[in-house]
Every structure is written in C-alpha cells, then in structure tokens.
Write a protein that binds this ligand. Structure first.
Ligand code: PMP
Length: 398
C-alpha cells in the first residue's frame, strides 16, 4: 500500500457463505491425523489396497501410446473410451446405458455442483435424508436452496413422511444415497425405492441418486437402482464414482442423466473446469481394459467385510449399555446411537485424549440432531487395530 493512499475496506465474501457452515468438528478431527490415534473418523478407502502396479502401467501405456491425446485439452462430456466402459459396467449391473447417456465428472462431488447449477434457483426446495452427506448439504447451501429434511428410520427415508412433505412443498429435487448411505450405512429397500419413484412422478420432482458405495457389498443381494424404476426413469440422475473402488485421488466420477438435463450439466461443467483431467480419464479407461476391476473390488470386499465384522464384534463391549447400532451389508460406515444423555460431540475430545477418534453424527442432520449419534468408519484399520481402538473407545465412554 502506498503511504499516501488511505485504504478502503475490501468487499466482503459473498453472502452465499452466510448459510454454509464449516463442520464444527474439523479442528478436533485435524488431531486425528496423529499416527498414535486409531481413527474411525475418516471416510477413506484403505490405501494399501490401491492397485498401484495396475494404475502405474495404465498411465505408462497411455503416455507411451497416445501422449498427444492424453496431455491435450479434450471434450467436456469426457473420454469416449471411459464413457463406453462405464456404460458397459452399468448395463451389466442391470441399468441399460449408452456412452452418450454419461458425463464424466471431477469426482461425484462435482456432479452435485453441476446438478445444483442446472436445477436450483435460490429458495428452491431440496429434500434430503436426515441425516445426510455433509458436502452435499454444503453444495445445496451455496446454491441458495432451502434444504428440507425427510425423516428416516433404520431402512432410510420414510415414504409416508416424503409423501406428506411433497404434498405441502414445491419440491425441485430429492437427493438420495439409497445404498450404504453416508453417514448411516443404511440401504433403502426395494419397496421404498418404488414408493420414492412414484412420489417423484406424482409430485413432479427430480431424484438425484448418489451411489459411490453400491459396489462395496459384503453380503445380501443387490437392490435395484432407483434410476432403473420405470416410474421415475425420466427424472432420475444417477451419480457414480471411481473414488471408492479405484482411488479417490483420481477425482473421477460420472453422471447419467436424461438428455436435456445432461446438456445443461455439460454447459455448467464447461464453466467450472472445461473438462476432467484428460490423462486421468485415459488412464482409468486403459485400466478398465487391461486390468480386472471386478477382481480388485472382490479383494476390497473381502478385506472390508473382515474389518466391518471386527468392528461389529467389538461394539457390544465398547459402547455404553443402551446404545443402538446397525449392521450394514456394505459400504464404509456403521451408525451408532448412544443412550439418552450422551453427547458425542463433547465426548470426542475425551476420545482423542484416549487416542481414538470418530465423527459425531450431529452435523449430518438438517433437522433436529441426535446428539448421541456417531459415525464409525471401519475401512482403514486392520481387525487388530479396530479391536484396540474399541478398547480405547470403551475407556473414553466409561
Ligand atoms: N457422495 C457421497 C455420498 C460421498 O460419501 C462422497 C465422498 N465421500 C461423495 C459423493 C464424493 O465423492 P467423490 O467426489 O470422491 O466421487
């Protein structure tokens, strides 16, 4: 600043930040990165399971065979080979899909932003499961949407509650994680999926079906995607991700949407980042051609199943009498409700003192929170470490 010029105050950050809080437990969770802390807090895939040789060879092949293409700008819709491979995988899973039905996104997180840009006017009503994935709530908050929580039980969203809310609100979008939900690990049964699709058709709203965890199933039978149900096939957008089955650092996701909405998403994506990293898309496409992703997912399932079972086996001794928890058939999370009087946010400091961490459930609610709710992730520690972490948790809760 020149000494003779009086400094005027700078304009403040945009008002859209006013309604969007950072997570209140971020500072405490920063401590959980300490190596002596056993953390059930993250939502991370186990890094030792990344297929490093397979990915290295995919990047090598791409840079050897087509460096000019792999390092060049590309189309906003995404790599043609990758879109074909994703379409084939969705088709095999029972959801007939063409490459042109898809847009590759920079993680499924970007797909949420694109949906918000394409569909949400300020004040638009977005229905969410209560509790719901936090970064989705942030995205809808930045768009100026009015988030309305829909009550849930152990099977996810309650159709009668959805019907009641949709009857009195002008709903634009329902955001749903029907399989192995974040944060609860819950899966919406087929009959409820049908009821949700019928409600969308009757009341006229979009369904955004977010499915980053569906392929991580450890037991039970797959439940058909909401996008497959005829009642709402014309109004359901399906989001997928390579983060949990390949590696989150690739930042590769995809969205499958009806043509008109897909065009809007492509325009929104042009403005956001032109396109997702060309080399990462090409390497992922090459990986899908040369390696066996399903075999890799099979390995992940075996390891995660063992870790989930270790967590479930140790919970009765670790938690206070009167606690409740679920037994998810897949995904990364177990949801715990501590008994009346326990505040999981307050107890987190004590837990970190005992060198164990978790995520309190309260911030995930947009309605009245259950202060005793806890999200436990089981993916990043061995069964032995999980056992030790639960001993520490028992001492913290004692
Ligand atoms: N949706 C849900 C439900 C998630 O849990 C996550 C990440 N944990 C994302 C979307 C974003 O994932 P990504 O951008 O890595 O695909």
């Amino acid at each position: 600043m020149h000494p003779l010029v009086a400094a005027a105050p700078l304009p403040p950050t945009a008002s859209r930040f006013a309604g969007v809080a950072a997570s209140p437990v971020r500072e405490i969770l920063a401590l959980t990165a300490r190596p002596d802390v056993i953390s059930f807090a993250g939502g991370l895939p186990a890094p030792e399971l990344f297929d490093v040789p397979g990915l290295r060879s995919a990047y090598d092949r791409v840079l050897t065979d087509s460096p000019g293409r792999a390092l060049q700008y590309s189309t906003t819709e995404g790599d043609a080979d990758l879109r074909s491979a994703v379409a084939e995988r969705l088709t095999v899973r029972g959801l007939p899909t063409e490459a042109d039905d898809l847009v590759i996104t920079t993680g499924s997180q970007q797909a949420l932003t694109l949906m918000a840009t394409a569909l949400l006017e300020p004040g638009a009503v977005v229905l969410v499961e209560d509790p719901c994935y936090l970064a989705a709530l942030q995205t809808f908050g930045f768009a100026g949407a009015r988030v309305v929580p829909v009550p849930t039980d152990d099977d996810g969203i309650i159709p009668a509650a959805l019907e009641e809310i949709a009857g009195r609100e002008r709903v634009t979008m329902l955001y749903l994680i029907p399989t192995f939900q974040n944060p609860t690990g819950r899966t919406l049964p087929g009959s409820r999926r049908a009821a949700v699709a019928e409600a969308a058709a009757r009341h006229g709203f979009w369904i955004v079906e977010d499915d980053p965890y569906g392929e991580l199933r450890y037991d039970g039978d797959p439940v058909q995607s909401v996008a497959f149900l005829p009642a709402a096939a014309d109004r359901t957008v399906l989001l997928g991700s390579f983060s949990k089955v390949m590696a989150p650092g690739l930042r590769l996701g995809h969205l499958r949407a009806p043509a008109a909405l897909r065009r809007s998403c492509v325009i929104a994506k042009q403005a956001a980042d032109l396109h997702t990293s060309t080399i990462d898309q090409a390497a992922a496409a090459r990986y899908l051609r040369d390696s066996d992703l399903d075999a890799h997912i099979g390995t992940m399932r075996t390891v995660y199943r063992e870790r989930r079972d270790a967590l479930l086996a140790g919970l009765p001794a670790a938690l206070p009498v009167g606690s409740r928890w679920n037994r998810p058939e897949g995904g990364m999370f177990v949801w715990v409700n501590l008994p009346e009087g326990y505040d999981a946010t307050e107890l987190l400091t004590t837990a970190v003192g005992h060198r164990v961490a978790y995520v309190p459930g309260a911030p995930f609610y947009s309605g009245a929170p259950d202060k005793g709710a806890v999200r436990l992730s089981f993916t990043t520690h061995s069964p032995e470490e999980i056992g030790e972490g639960l001993l520490r948790l028992a001492r913290a809760f004692a």
